[in-house]
Structures are given as C-alpha cells and as structure tokens.
Design a binder for this molecule. Sequence first.
Ligand code: ADP
Ligand code: TRP
Length: 336
Amino acid sequence: MKRILSGITPSSTKGLHIGNYLGMVKPAVGLQSEGECYYFVANLHALNTVYEPKDVMHNTFNIFIEYLAFGIDPIKTVFYVESDIPEIPYLQTIINNAVTVAELKRMHAYKDKLQDNVSPDSIGFGMFSYPMLMAADILAFDTEIVPVGEDQAQHVEITRDIARTFNNRYGDILVVPELSVQKSVARVPGIFGDKKMSKSLGNDIPIFGSEEEVKKQIMSIKTDPARIHPSDPGDPKKNIAFTYLDLLNYDSNNEDDSLPKLSEMKERYKKGTIGDVEIKKILYSFFLSYFADSRAKKHELAKDTNAMYELRMQGAEKARATASKVIDRVKKAVGV
Ligand code: ADP
Ligand code: TRP
C-alpha cells in the first residue's frame, strides 16, 4: 500500500463548504481504503493569516471534527494536528538548506501577493517560507503520493525538487513524493456562478451551517437570467442548482420518492413547467438529507471535547512514531 498524505489549513472560522467537500474531503475519505493515509490539520500554516489565538484554536478543532464527521477513520488513517509534531519544523530547518531564494520567489502564492502591489520586503517570512513548511509536512513521513487541488501542485513540485537536491548531496535519504492532482472533480462554482466556491467570497453553501444559513444561500443561487416567469422556457446549464444536483449525484442518492428525477426536472425546466424556487426547494431538501448524518455526527463530536483531545493525542503519537524515524535518518545523514 502506498503512503498518501494531505493536509488542510484551518484558515477560516467558517466550516467546510460543498466545494471543499467534493474537491477534497470526499476523495480523501475514499482514499482511505486505497493507501496508508496520513491526514492532518495544518494549523501552523494558518498562522500566516490568523493572528487571533482563539480563532486558531477554534478553527483547528472545527476542521478536526468536521473531517471525522465526514468519515475520516482514525483507526485506518493517521489523523493529527500539525503543531503536535515537532519533527516537522525540525525537518524544515534542515531542508531550508536545499532550496534557493530564487526558487521560493517563483511560487505562485508569493507572486500573487506581489500582484496586490505589495513591496516584496513587506511580505511576512512565514508566507514566503510557506512552501518549506509544506515540504517538511510531506517529507517527514516518507510520503509517496500527495493528492491536492490544482492550486497546490506547484508546492508539491518544489517539494520534489528539494528532496532530489537533498538526496544528491547526502544519498538516498528522502522519499521523492508523487503529485496527484485531482482533475476528476471540477472546480465547484459558487452560488453566483461566476467564480469558484470559496469561503472568503460569500458564495458558498456551508455544509454545517444552520438550516437558515443553508436555505439563504440556496435561495440566492443564480438561475437562468432569461427566465422571468416560471412558465418561460429555461436552460438548465444556466441554473447552478442543477450543477450541484449533478455533482452530488442526486438521482442515485436521493431517498425521497416524492421528489422527481433530475432528467425530468431538466426537461420540465426547458419547457417552463417547473419554477426556479421549486428546484431550489428540492435542492435544499436533498442537501439536508444528503448531509444529515455528517451534520448530526459533528454535533455529537463537538460535545465531547475530552474524547476529541484524546483522539488528537493518539493521532500525534502515531504520526510522531513515523516522523521520528525519518528525522533520525536525516540527522545522521547531515551530521547533527
Ligand atoms: P477556500 O477557497 O474556500 O478558502 P481552501 O483554499 O481552504 O478553500 O481549500 C481547501 C481544499 O478544498 C483544497 O484542497 C481545495 O482544492 C478544495 N476546494 C476549495 N474550493 C473548491 C471548489 N470550489 N471546488 C473544488 N475544490 C475546492
Ligand atoms: N497548503 C495546503 C492548502 O492550502 C494545505 C497543506 C499544508 C498541505 N501542508 C500540506 C497539503 C501537505 C498537502 C500536503 O490547501
């Protein structure tokens, strides 16, 4: 079995949305039976942007239990919080010597910052060295495969370069990881249809939001603008509600027989015999039943903070058992 590793940065007080779920969590849950998985909450990465300690703690706990609520199995998978593993920043200090400033300056995240007309000298060093912490996250566990979204591909590429540079200098010490970009999942569009769904754009459907929040977002979904009355013919491609129903495999997952099939809804939409509001109501009802188990589970887990702490400590112990072996090998190789 290959060793698979991935992390999520707890940078927002808002919980996961359906873009995160389809683009990242669902594939991660699926991979648990295909490899030896290491999944973690990248809370040290969050310090680049979150300066309020209470928020860091809240976001970390929140993402931790949301992952569990979606079916991350802490028996099958090594599931931990980045800051509990001191071997990671230790390794980062060592591999800092296997990269140049020029290589780091080529990173998109850094270049994007510069485009905001920011002077390079004012960029935080934590932001600049972000890819090094990410490389350490990966290399500390002899990771073989890193599944990430397109936006993170460059960080995995630099990790591979760093491992090769290190190995050229010291011998075959670090495992060079493979990148696996998840192309099968489209970028889930936001509710206004123009941009990708993102928690920072206010265009998301929060999976663990209150029923009111979910309803408000679903009712604001952009629909075919050419359609003024429910009796006007419409184009299903221009109503994002259909996109979500497609992406969540409505036909196979809907358990409510009183609701119509997707193909039927689309036909009726084209003919003008079903209203936008009705489609949104169907999506809302389906959404709540699709995520009912996860929503209930999160609610339960949130109550048992002691058990969650215990789980977190057990995850850290398992993760450190692996990382400390890698660190021992690395220390010996470099002579410290
Ligand atoms: P956000 O854009 O909401 O801040 P993040 O950047 O924290 O989300 O992304 C966390 C994970 O979720 C990443 O693996 C990313 O690829 C995935 N993801 C985020 N938004 C989407 C989306 N709209 N469609 C598909 N995957 C997404
Ligand atoms: N940088 C990733 C993101 O923003 C999160 C992350 C941190 C990560 N360390 C990682 C992903 C290591 C994969 C492997 O989404």
